[in-house]
Design a protein around this ligand. Sequence first.
Ligand code: ZN
Length: 588
Amino acid sequence: MRRRGDPSGRKAAGAVGYLVLARKWRPGRFADLVGQAHVARTLENAIRQERVAHAYLFSGPRGVGKTSAARILAAALNCEKGPTHEPCGTCPFCVEIAAGRSLDVLEIDGASNRGIDEVRDLRENVRYMASAGKRKVYIIDEVHMLTVEAFNALLKTLEEPPSHVLFVFATTRPTKVPATILSRVVRFDFRRIEAKAIVGRLQEILKAEKIEAEEKALHLVARAADGSMRDALSLLEQACSYGGGKLSAAETEEALGVVDEEHLFAISRASRESSPLLAMETVEEAMGRGRDASDFLLALEEHFRNLLVARVSREPGALLDAASETIARYQEEAALFEADDLIRMLTLLGEGGRDLRFSPKPRLVLEMLLLRLVRMDSTVSLGEILKKLGGAPASAPVPPEAIAAGRGRAAPAPKAPAAKAPAPSPTAPSAPAGKAPSAKSPPEPKSPRAEAPAPKRAAPPGETPAPPEADDGPGLFRSKWDEFLREFQKENAVLASLLRGSRPEKAGGGTLEIAFPRGAAFQLEQVLERENKRAVESAIESYFRTPRRLSAVLGTHAGDSEREKRAAVRDDPRIGRILDMLDGEIVD
Ligand SMILES: [Zn+2]
């Protein structure tokens, strides 16, 4: 059976050269395990209480500490001073285990030892005792790669494990591990490590190594590592060797090939100033430095997402993986944008990503996209006009969680309570007697096309509309949707603006499906994010007086937010007066 440390092994090849820091700083105690405190604490307690199980499954993404935790557990049990929850790290047992040389701790790569013969070998091996008084520990990495026959053979051992044996299985894909195995192991789920925790650990290591580094550089490394401590250390190594010892942000950008922050801010400035020239020059410079068009676009999407977070959140620091100086810069830049505009820009960039991936000329697609971005109409002037006229409702402060979801990246869990749904207004006229809305169980639809009668007139401005009675079919929701959004706007401006352009599509059986305009995938994704979805559902319940599970689809209709905006302008009496004075008209 081939072992992990073997130079002919799959994992050893390729990684050579960048393993110095990663190997040197492999955690040796549970306390050093970054970002997995829940696992560390439970294992420490198990050792203290002498209740260590016979088999564990460590699941989680690559590079987050599964194998390290397994080795620490092995050392904790076999340390000269052990069993102890804090292995000494210096006795011969600890040293051998850390180096992967211990005869009592066998690391097996499930990917290259998949078959029944290997597992038979293992079962044979299990019968031999460990050194006096020690536990024999088998660490099987990527255990989901084993064949069915191998699993069955393994199962026999797991059913009656010898008391001196401990199995630790590690996997990145727990769903591929058979249920018969899962039911015989104690399972721990390892988490992707937060960028902040990675930065903290890198700072400790660099301090000990006496290497100077800019905080910004460490954030670049942490972001590129995407939750993996192992990747972070090898990227750090790469950046250090490039920079000749000292770690600057500029050199780290160069070494890791990440998109230059200056370029990203140049693009947002170009869009503010409607400057196609600046956008084109920036692309030219970035491409000239060897950046890839699709990487550039991805970075740009994240950049605009950060701007949006900085624009609407009271504490963007909690939601952005960035150095403090970068966060301050985002706040400054974001103040120059309207949240609505940022959302539309994100939508545009999201659409562009799809075109770009399938295009033989990605740079051309990127340039066209940026030209559209800088030529985008702004809603700033309209908002400003209303504000100057006075009486425009101040936009409500927005809780950070309303926009907490990143695009596929792990966002830190929000700590503040969820956004409050609009409470029914006490001044709202009640529904006609005898037709009280049934709040809990909406009636089954009589006919799939059942439509509520259209409202005779729109509610006069300032008056809270009467909550309509519960009925199925989308008609009711459709006829009141705009009014609902206007009400919701007062409670949660960002969520309401994300919902703009959506329309109720289907209703029935306690659900409501809304369709977003084509191209509004970003808005759809944000609205369906757990906290947001809950807030919308609760607002729907209190406005329409019927609880609904919300679902959403991407429709085929064009976004009508522009049309609505113009209509809103036309209907605004103050604008009308100005237009009268100026003898002007609105041009569509
Ligand atoms: Zn020891």
